[in-house]
Design a protein around this ligand. Structure first.
Ligand SMILES: NC(=O)C1=CN([C@@H]2O[C@H](COP(=O)(O)OP(=O)(O)OC[C@H]3O[C@@H](n4cnc5c(N)ncnc54)[C@H](OP(=O)(O)O)[C@@H]3O)[C@@H](O)[C@H]2O)C=CC1
Ligand SMILES: O=C(O)[C@@H]1CCC=N1
Length: 263
């Protein structure tokens, strides 16, 4: 018997699987996975993860079934297996598939939980939100919480916050990578070698984030500590305000939240 069977081994599910192996939370031989894209099987094998022939085999030999496919196909992928999932436990990361939505099509005996992770779990620096409302047994819930804690920070949140809070942490890495890329482009424009520019941008972002997390100071206070009166930083701040950086980031979160509400 395997501990977890991953249905879908794309960007997010593979980041979780490889993260929990690197964190030594599970051994590769405790994981099985299945993906319709055969290229993903090579990735599984290269990390010594067993490749299931099909979803039937995966369900039969897994304690937890992990749903890692896109939201658009969740129901069509699971529909043929509703009976086989009776009395099984599901961990799902599909955006929009919260506890109540799963209740509409799973058998009552199938236990399930919704988690919104983010890709930095791959380097054990994730931010994962776990929906408070779930139907796992106590020890199963502890396992899920411990698993995501091994690959980053975890917050257990009420259902009504899963979509909005999950947008910040789940989609947020993409927004942050755009900021890193743009900061580096600015430095390259002024003559800094590109690889050096990425290192400087990413380490600066990570250091600033760690400082806010550890000091709990308001981000505005930390910003002010960098802005010497009459200095260069405040000139850059003015350029960011002219470009509506803050309003644009606020709109990015709202746009992503409202997309989900329309689904
Ligand atoms: N990417 C992220 O940062 C985050 C994603 N999520 C959630 O994770 C889920 C996956 O997203 P992501 O990893 O980005 O998507 P990917 O497209 O990278 O991964 C999904 C994988 O599932 C495969 N697949 C499709 N149908 C089946 C099937 N019937 N059986 C087995 N595998 C199948 C896909 O193959 P093919 O490409 O051939 O269709 C693909 O390899 C989504 O529901 C998303 O909402 C949540 C938080 C963050
Ligand atoms: O873009 C998406 O829909 C997924 C969910 C959160 C991050 N990626």
């Amino acid at each position: 018997m395997k501990k977890i069977g991953f249905i879908g081994f794309g960007n997010m599910a593979s980041a979780i699987a490889l993260g929990i192996i690197d964190a030594k939370f599970l051994n590769a031989n405790e994981i099985i996975a299945y993906d319709i894209d055969e290229n993903k099987a090579e990735k599984m094998r290269s990390y010594h993860i067993d490749v299931a022939h099909d979803i039937d085999e995966l369900i039969a030999c897994s304690e937890f079934i992990f749903v890692g496919v896109k939201p658009q196909v969740v129901e069509s992928v699971l529909d043929p297996y509703i009976q086989k999932l009776e009395n099984k436990a599901i961990i799902s990361i599909a955006l929009g598939y919260d506890f109540d939505r799963y209740q509409t099509f799973l058998d009552d005996s199938t236990r399930h939980i919704f988690v919104m992770p983010n890709t930095p779990v791959r380097v054990l620096q994730g931010m994962s939100l776990i929906e408070e409302k779930h139907s796992l047994k106590d020890q199963e819930f502890e396992f899920v919480k411990n698993m995501f804690s091994a690959i980053g920070q975890v917050e257990v949140v009420s259902s009504h916050l899963m979509s909005t809070a999950g947008t910040l942490s789940g989609c947020g890495p993409a927004f942050v990578y755009m900021i890193i890329e743009a900061l580096a482009d600015g430095a390259v424009k002024e003559g800094v070698p590109r690889e050096m520019a990425y290192t400087l941008a990413s380490q600066t972002l990570m250091g600033a984030a760690k400082m806010q997390l550890e000091t709990h100071l308001h981000p505005g206070v930390l910003k002010d500590q960098v802005c010497s009166p009459g200095g260069s930083t405040i000139c850059g701040v003015e350029a960011l305000e002219d470009g509506k950086l803050r309003a644009t980031l606020i709109s990015a979160i709202s746009a992503a939240v409202h997309y989900q509400e329309k689904k």
